[in-house]
Each structure stands twice: as C-alpha cells, then as structure tokens.
Design a protein around this ligand. Sequence first.
Ligand code: 5GP
Ligand code: MN
Length: 326
Amino acid sequence: MTTPVDAAGAAEVLARHREVTVLCHLRPDADALGSSSGLARALRARGVTVHHSFDPGVVPEALGVIPGTDRVVPLEQVPAHDGLVVTLDCASPDRVGRWDRLAAAATEVLVVDHHGSNPGFGSHILLDPSAASTATLVLDVLDAGGFPLDEETATSLYAGLVTDTGSFRWGGAASHETARRLLAAGAESSELTHALLDAHSFAWLRVLGDLLTTVRLEPDAVGGGGSVWLAVPHEVISAADEDDVESLVSHLRGVREARVAVLLKEYLPGEWAVSLRSRPGGAGPGLVDVSAIAAALGGGGHPSAAGCTMRGDLRTVSTRLRDLLG
Ligand code: 5GP
Ligand code: MN
C-alpha cells in the first residue's frame, strides 16, 4: 500500500532513517540529478549515510556541472540495506531501472515526483503534478524538515528547476518564487545554465547539420496540427554525447508547422527511446496529451512532454506512433 504524503510527511519519513539510498531515473536529466544531488547533500549534512545513484550510474559529462554529481556511485555498488530508498523524478518503478534488490531490502520507499502519469508506488509518495520540477518538491521537503539550504544544494536544485521550466517559459509565478529562494541562497546560474542549456562540442554542429537534413514534416497529421519527426540511428548515437542527442528535441519543437514533435533515439540497436513534445495553438485540436500516447506504449510523462521505449525497425515503430497520434 502506498501512502500519499505532503512535504511535511515526506520530511517525517526522512527523519526516521540514518542510511538512505537516493535514486533518480534511467538516462537522468538535470531535474533527476539536481533534485537527487540536493537531497543527498542535505541528508549528509545531517549525518545520514547516503548512497546516491541511478542505473547504471555513469553521469553524462554535461550534467557533471551539477554540484554533488561527483558523488554518484554505480547502482551495482550500492549495498542492499534496511532503512530508506528515495526515488526522485521517476514516473514509474521501471524508470528506476534495476533497483529490485534495494527496494526489497528497504523498510520504506519514498517516491518524490511531479509526473501526472505516475501510477503511485513505494510505501510513501509525494506526488504533485502542479510542481514545476522535482527539485521544487525537494526544496519544499527541506523547508518542512528544517534543513539548511547552502549554495551547493541551492545550485543543484536550481539546475532541475531551470531546465524543467524551459528556462522559466512555463511553470508560472511559483517557479519564479522558487528561483528567487534558490538564488538568494547563493545558487550559481550563469556557468551552470551555459553548461546545461547551451554548451556542446564543435564536432556536434556537423553531426547536427547532417541529422537536420533528415527531418520530416507531416503537415496534415494530428488532425491538421502537423507533426515533425527525426530519427537518430544507432550508428550516429553511438558516436555522440547523450546530452547532445537529448537536446535535439528542442530544434523540433520550434517548428511552426507542427504541434507535435517526435524524436526517435536508437540508443540500443532496434530499441528506440521516444521523446514526444506537444504545444497548443494554431490549426488542429487543443493540446494533444502526449503523456496519454506514451502511456499507451508503456511510458509516461507530462501532457506536453512525454516518452516511452519501443522495439522494432524504424518503419514499424513510426507507423505505430503515427496511428496513435492521429
Ligand atoms: P524525455 O523526452 O525528455 O526523455 O522525457 C519527457 C518526459 O517524459 C520526462 O518528464 C520523462 O520523465 C518522461 N518519460 C520519458 N520516457 C519515459 C518512459 O519510458 N516512461 C515514463 N513513465 N516516463 C517517461
Ligand atoms: Mn522533472
């Protein structure tokens, strides 16, 4: 049974434990690593033994700018222990990866997340789909538990907030209030955001140029709203940085003629990590809820940003997606 908790309830769960494993999702983004690094640091400052990890546990180079990521250990090195496991930014148990032995040994599992598609898991869950980022929820928990907020913790949490709000394009007044708190506490923004949002290698520009020649527009798809598609084959992905590949979706979502963007990433041969993005406005229906489409394929996410994993050749996978998108 999973008990829903608020921030104060989550802080009470944390206060019961002296050894905590802090996990975030597979192929982590800045919210996953920022929220987990911030929580790990605050717990350590209280004298708690923390194992900070994800599956498999190699931090992508670009995310190494987030304070605390240097203390991430590979998942296989995390000892199974009684006590607490916390999962951050994980929309479902499978998003945590191969953590069964850790969950089985733990006496409690606290889930902290902001994905509306989360079905609920763990012994306790702090789930708030209105939160701009999981980092926002961690800040609420630290506040409720009376944890001090130092510059490093604030910077880690800011990393999650600034990226999950698309640099504050969405998230509303509350996200600006959270940013104000974090910046006032000493969060570093300019080097961090350059590294997270702008920086890439020179070589990537050439790869990007080649890839963009393969983009396809389907103007009549999605009830006339239009869709834009890009597939990144395994031979390209295996030579590229993961964060560069993940950044491709931002090029697609800018296409005026498409309300839905589809990025297909063949990280493993024949296995496609699918990123879906949706925006309202223009021709066609209202906002297409891409989290519902991702959920139908075993994934999940937010109404305007979601993902899933599909197996098969590109044509089969694309046809399946196209049918669901309408
Ligand atoms: P992205 O396209 O950036 O990988 O993910 C977009 C959103 O969908 C994120 O909030 C992410 O957590 C969620 N998401 C991506 N892939 C999956 C998946 O396979 N399962 C679930 N449940 N959520 C996913
Ligand atoms: Mn998030």
